[in-house]
Design a protein around this ligand. Structure first.
Ligand SMILES: Cc1cc2nc3c(=O)[nH]c(=O)nc-3n(C[C@H](O)[C@H](O)[C@H](O)COP(=O)(O)OP(=O)(O)OC[C@H]3O[C@@H](n4cnc5c(N)ncnc54)[C@H](O)[C@@H]3O)c2cc1C
Length: 420
């Protein structure tokens, strides 16, 4: 089949890779001048099945209220967005019951475990390098109740293959000795030995190059403007550089998937949740941790990627606005410095790279995958805070559906029909 993939982020490029392996003729269209230039550009770099729980845990509403209106809080709702986010927000809260949270955590965890298996297989097949590391991930806690809550979510995921070890303070510091700096404030940690890390953008760019070697055509600098629908199928993909008439289309356009799907009559409740990251050189910071850290209280992740340190966090409801607000970007770095005081001095002597990106988020948590009500339109979108982790699994499942292969894991709770 002749397939067009819209979007050369990590989801689109992995989809193109698997479609080509299945024998299809594949064209990837992206408005950017290369692969992985939007949300896949400078994310937290974690391949974290351990973080599969959606953001709407029971009780989330009280946490949101505590943070409301604070410019430096991990979550910020810009007042102008309230009418725009209302429908999505109500669905987000509706999904925060214990039963739904547990169900969506299980769906995400199964997908994440499968995705990491696919990533490892792809790595073994291609030898692709992306500053990858397989050191697990350590979540650290400053109060017992928070540790208990995350442990409960980890127990939901354990039967699906997400292994974890609960550690007391001494064992947490033994696992990652750099935490000694503020050890007296820690109550303990949870270590997830099977999680990994790596540079999503480097991976996306290099996989795109490998896919191009195998015949995938990349049309960069090309914006999709309209999806033409005739007789319940896409009959044309109109771009600013001319039209395409493929047999099938995979929509992997991140935060723009919603607007493009709307043209085909589909309603996808995807909201762009803004986050920030800071990247600095690791050299010169003696305490740079080897194991990626997730600080539950500060809502940041801190990851070593080769010779760099990446810190990411924040959730801002500001629509599609990608303005980098220095105060919020610096707050991410400040949070990391309060966990690692020695980072303060190091950061003063280097020039940090600040970045902001929009997580394409569904209100229930899992992404939206597979065949849609438009017969030749397939979706691979809405992965939220898990897109790098999910990429290879989502892509394999969508390529299987396009190719008519049975999926390796159940698609219940992942398909677009749950949204209609
Ligand atoms: C601060 C932050 C930290 C994160 N940390 C992690 C993490 O540690 N681990 C993890 O698993 N996930 C993480 N994520 C989430 C992850 O980065 C995203 O889920 C993932 O990058 C989404 O990939 P995508 O391919 O769906 O979207 P994108 O990477 O945004 O790709 C979509 C592509 O579609 C193109 N496009 C859109 N519209 C059009 C159009 N009309 N015509 C042509 N092209 C178009 C865009 O140019 C873009 O290249 C983080 C996100 C943020 C913001």
């Amino acid at each position: 089949m002749d397939v067009v993939v819209i979007g050369a982020g990590v989801l689109g490029v992995t989809t193109a890779w698997y479609l080509r392996r299945d024998g299809h003729t594949v064209t990837v269209v992206d408005r950017a001048e290369g692969a992985g230039r939007e949300t896949s550009f400078a994310n937290g770099a974690l391949l974290h099945a351990s973080h599969a729980e959606p953001w709407n845990a029971p009780g989330v509403v009280w946490q949101l209220l505590r943070w409301l209106g604070r410019e430096d809080s991990p979550l910020l709702l810009r007042p102008g967005q309230i009418p725009r986010v209302a429908g999505w927000g109500l669905a987000f809260l509706r999904n925060s019951t214990q039963a739904r949270f547990a169900r969506h955590t299980r769906i995400n965890a199964a997908l994440a475990v499968y995705s990491l298996q696919q990533l490892r297989a792809l790595r073994a097949e291609t030898g692709i390098r992306y500053d990858e590391a397989a050191n697990g991930i350590l979540k650290v806690f400053h109060d017992r109740a928070a540790l208990d809550t995350v442990q409960a979510a980890s127990q939901i995921m354990a039967p699906l293959g997400v292994r974890h070890e609960v550690l007391d303070r001494a064992a947490t510091v033994a696992r990652e000795p750099s935490l000694q700096e503020t050890a007296e404030h820690l109550v303990g940690g949870i270590y997830y030995p099977d999680d990994e890390s790596g540079d999503a953008q480097r991976f996306t760019e290099r996989l795109a190059a490998l896919a191009a070697d195998r015949g995938v055509v990349f049309r960069y600098g090309t914006s999709v403007e309209r999806l033409g629908v005739q007789g319940g199928r896409i009959d044309s993909v109109e771009t600013d550089q001319g039209g395409l008439e493929p047999d099938a289309v995979v929509l992997a356009a991140g935060n723009d998937s919603r607007a493009l799907a709307r043209q085909a009559g589909l309603r996808l409740p995807i909201y762009p949740v803004k986050g920030y990251s800071v990247t600095l050189p690791a050299e010169g910071w003696a305490a740079a941790p080897a194991v990626p850290i997730i600080d539950d209280a500060r809502k940041i992740v801190l990851t070593r990627i080769g010779d760099r340190i990446r810190i990411a966090g924040m959730a801002e409801f500001a629509g599609h606005d990608t303005t980098l607000h220095p105060r919020r970007a610096e707050a991410v770095l400040r949070q990391a410095c309060s966990l690692y005081p020695s980072l303060t001095e190091h950061a003063r002597g280097v020039t940090p790279d600040y970045w902001t990106g929009l997580r394409p988020m569904t209100p229930d948590g899992p992404p939206i995958l597979g065949a849609s009500a438009v017969s030749n339109l397939y979706l691979n979108t809405g992965p939220g805070h898990m897109g790098w982790t999910f990429a290879c699994g989502c892509a394999r499942l969508v390529a299987d559906e396009v190719s008519g292969h049975p999926p390796a894991i159940a698609l219940d709770g992942l398909g677009p029909r749950r949204m209609w």
